[in-house]
Write a protein that binds this ligand. Structure first.
Ligand code: T4K
Length: 370
């Protein structure tokens, strides 16, 4: 990679000196994982920051999805979106459940609530929507359908760290929500993730499940997994939490610059902020309308690449197009016209806290000067 390469993201890193001093404490205590002091401190700090009642930390954002399905004893079929990272559908598959894809809405990239009812069968037990790019799903409409048919709702909120609607965390929607703290996310613990739940009883059960099902030294209450966050990454997470607001604000400024520059460009669509929503600016997707723009999405993508501007085509191909899933009846293109179109038009532009004005201008120039 050349020195002047602009990548789609860059991790928020804690101050090294502060991190060393946290590491010294861990070394002194010799307690390096299994509900350590920094782990517990981070769970409390995140619950407060995110305005949610309970947080359970995990080693990544995939295992809380798998564990949520286990905890709620989901079986049969789960309705989900094809417009996401593969981990969403993989978590369903790993539980021996059949994923059923429904189409998305043009305005948010999220599961279209109007498409859910037609996909429900006697085997359906849950819905797994994604707040893609941190755009809030239509949670009330989804909950109304779930209540009507007695379905559970698990939100893959991997992108939705800190997102609020009218002052309330979007993470409180549904039966459970999960987060990813991967290096590429707005808030990272290198690898990491979390589950959000509403009550203490569920939190306790999840804490058992992420520790092999142990409920004490000699008792195993369920066939759990090992997905505990260690002390080193918890300490790192505590430090990153102190600077995440500044990082989100820096991303906001990048979004403002992109929008100002691209508003007049024919054939380049993007989303504005939604009134009442506190966004986290985790991604900046643009949608290339080839005919109006005069160049296809892939032509622009590779032209940017030649100039060392590495956007990403998140989420192309659709999950439903991967060999594992394309044989499913719900995976056919005719069932997913909006998702298919968006996946063929999207480029996520470089978006992170460390982009300079010059960097942002380089991205804009790539798009404006064809
Ligand atoms: N649900 C959803 C909706 C998700 O998007 C994800 C993950 C999950 C669930 C599962 O959560 P985790 O189990 O991963 O916690 C990335 C991430 O690996 C993945 O976490 C993320 N979604 C997905 C959307 O993107 P890649 O393959 O695109 O990452 P990679 O390695 O190409 O990195 C992208 C760019 O980031 C690089 O060009 C440069 C920069 N980067 C990356 C890393 C890893 C750095 O500057 N430093 C780094 O250390 O998948």
């Amino acid at each position: 990679m050349s020195n002047n390469t602009l990548t789609v993201t860059s991790p928020l890193l804690p101050d090294l000196k502060e991190f060393y001093s946290m590491l010294e404490k861990i070394w002194e205590s010799k307690w390096i994982t299994n509900n350590g002091c920094f782990h517990n401190q981070l769970e409390r700090a995140l619950a407060e920051y995110l305005k949610v009642p309970y947080v359970s930390l995990f080693t990544n954002g995939t295992l809380p999805l798998i564990t949520a399905l286990q905890a709620l004893r989901i079986t049969g079929e789960v309705i989900t979106t094809p417009y996401s990272f593969v981990a969403t559908t993989h978590s369903i598959w790993w539980n021996g459940i059949r994923p059923v894809f429904v189409d998305i809405e043009r305005g948010t990239g999220n599961m279209d609530p109007n498409k859910i009812e037609a996909a429900i069968t006697p085997q359906t037990t849950a819905v797994m929507p994604v707040h893609v790019y941190g755009q809030p799903c239509k949670v009330k409409e989804i909950q109304d359908i779930a209540d009507k048919y007695g379905l559970k709702v698990i939100y893959d909120a991997a992108h939705a760290f800190g997102v609020e609607v009218d002052g309330e965390s979007i993470l409180n929607a549904g039966d459970m929500a999960t987060l990813s703290f991967h290096a590429t996310k707005v808030y990272n613990t290198i690898e990491g993730g979390a589950m959000i739940m509403h009550d203490e009883k569920t939190k306790k059960r999840i804490d058992y499940l992420k520790n092999f099902g142990f409920a004490g030294e000699t008792e195993v209450v369920a066939p759990g997994i090992n997905s505990k966050m260690d002390e080193v990454r918890s300490a790192y997470g505590l430090l990153n939490l102190k600077q995440v607001n500044a990082s989100i604000e820096a991303r906001h400024q990048v979004a403002i610059c992109y929008r100002e520059a691209l508003r007049g460009v024919n054939g380049i669509d993007f989303w504005e902020d939604t009134p009442g929503v506190k966004h986290n600016y985790s991604y900046f997707p643009i949608f290339v309308k080839a005919e109006e723009y005069g160049m296809s999405r892939d032509e622009l993508y590779f032209k940017m690449k030649e100039q060392h501007v590495l956007g990403r085509r998140y989420f192309y191909p659709l999950i439903s197009e991967f060999s594992t899933y394309r044989g499913l009846p719900s995976a056919v293109k005719e069932n997913l016209p909006v998702a298919t179109q968006m996946a063929n038009e999207v480029i996520c532009l470089p978006m992170h806290h460390a982009l300079s004005e010059k960097d942002v201008q380089r991205v804009i120039d790539c798009i404006i000067h064809k």
